[in-house]
Design a protein around this ligand. Structure first.
Ligand SMILES: [Zn+2]
Ligand SMILES: [Zn+2]
Length: 394
């Protein structure tokens, strides 16, 4: 099979160049807000292609702009640049050279695909209006999208619509998936600090055991999803950390719980947070302990505007055929901080197949790798979005 099926011919010619860029970024992964080398590469390439380049939004963010004609119509395209604190298990030649850091979510591929689109659009200029190529830092839970917005992203670079793309393992290369309305969950992280009274392990009656409180709290918190939410509402509450004590014969003074909540609406997130607060305070009090609760709402739900989801589906169907586009893909419980951009500007977030399951494990796994066979197709999808949306006056 032609690996570049569905790709624009000219972009297919650049397959090796794009792969080289992707491998270079993969070998030098940088964590959120530390993407100095990566953003240097992005800025250099954009300038080389002929884009206006703007740096410093959201610290390491980069925006490239192309303008054709006098129209103020505009499209924003977004890629993320950050890596994860994971020790790479892959052994291929371009594996991470930075110990303990890894592109395990494919943002190396996303950045490369958007660079490919910028190169093509700068060369052909076959559109009427403005395109903003938005390279954002720190997608992985530390607020890169918000940081760019707070630095004036959409005031300086107004976008009528915005689109973002993420690879999806277990979706064949050559396929796309999108969904109108909610697509990915909103997410929050929380910490619970329980204060008891430490004592000798043999004399619990003179202390207040925070381990018992933590155990009751974990169980009680699980009733929120099953008992406090409407049954059609989807939500997850996971306690992912329990820390207490460090001796066999000491009842510790404190215990610490932490975890995450995912929901598809902000209202449901508020309901979960409110009920957590009530349970935490009262479970602690019922044992004579006290507790503090810190909840950080980090990701809004990713909600596509129906018109833009349909538009993207039509565009990619034009590249790969209707049979390779899932217009009503599944709800995804993971979160994505492109959601903050979609709260400001209408648009859509969509998935491109990364292949698998053979040899292509899930994102955030130490054996994950972006599939280079998707590079030219992803770049072509971004290009066609622009050329279709910003078609010249007829
Ligand atoms: Zn990720
Ligand atoms: Zn990601």
């Amino acid at each position: 099979m032609n690996k570049h099926l569905g790709s624009i011919d000219r972009i297919a010619e650049w397959a090796e160049d794009l792969t080289e860029i992707r491998w270079d970024i993969h070998a030098h992964p940088e964590l959120g807000f530390e993407e100095n080398r990566t953003s240097d590469i992005v800025a250099e390439k954009l300038a080389e292609y002929g884009c206006e380049v703007h740096r410093g939004l959201g610290q390491t963010g980069v925006v490239g702009t192309l303008r054709v004609g006098n129209s103020t119509r505009s499209v924003g395209l977004r890629a993320d640049m950050d890596a994860l604190p994971i020790l790479e298990a892959n052994t291929f030649g371009y594996r991470s050279t930075y110990e303990g850091k890894m592109h395990a979510c494919g943002h190396d591929g996303h950045t490369t695909m958007l660079l490919g689109a910028a190169r093509y659009l700068a060369e052909t200029m076959n559109f009427d209006g403005q395109v903003h190529f938005i390279f954002q830092p720190a997608e992985e839970g530390i607020g890169g999208a918000k940081a760019m917005i707070e630095d004036g992203l959409f005031e300086q670079f107004p976008c009528d619509v915005i689109f973002g793309m993420h690879n999806r393992p277990n979706l064949d290369v050559g396929k796309f998936a999108v969904r109108p309305g909610p697509m990915m969950a909103g997410g929050g992280f929380f910490d619970i600090h329980i204060e008891g009274i430490g004592a000798h392990g043999a004399r619990p009656e003179v202390g207040v055991d925070p381990v018992i409180v933590a155990a009751q709290m974990v169980t009680a918190l699980q009733t929120i999803v099953s008992r406090n939410l409407y049954s059609q509402e989807q939500a997850v509450l996971s306690i992912t950390q329990i820390h207490a004590g460090n001796a066999y014969n000491v009842i510790p003074q404190t215990a610490h719980l932490a975890g995450t909540v995912r929901t598809f609406s902000e209202k449901t997130m508020e309901t979960v947070e409110k009920n957590m607060g009530r349970i935490i305070k009262n479970v602690a009090a019922s044992f004579g302990a006290s507790a503090t609760f810190d909840f950080r709402y980090l990701f809004a739900p990713t909600v596509n505007t129906p018109g833009e989801a349909e538009f993207v589906s039509d565009v990619v169907a034009g590249l790969v055929g209707e049979e390779n586009v899932d217009r009503h893909g599944p709800l995804i419980m993971a979160s994505e901080d492109f959601s903050w951009m979609l709260r400001e500007v209408q648009g859509a977030y969509f998935n491109i197949g990364n292949g698998g399951p053979d040899g292509n494990c899930e994102v955030h796994n130490p054996g994950y790798d972006f599939n280079d066979d998707a590079l030219t197709l992803g770049a072509s999808a971004f290009v066609k979005i622009v050329e279709t949306r910003l078609v010249g006056e007829i």
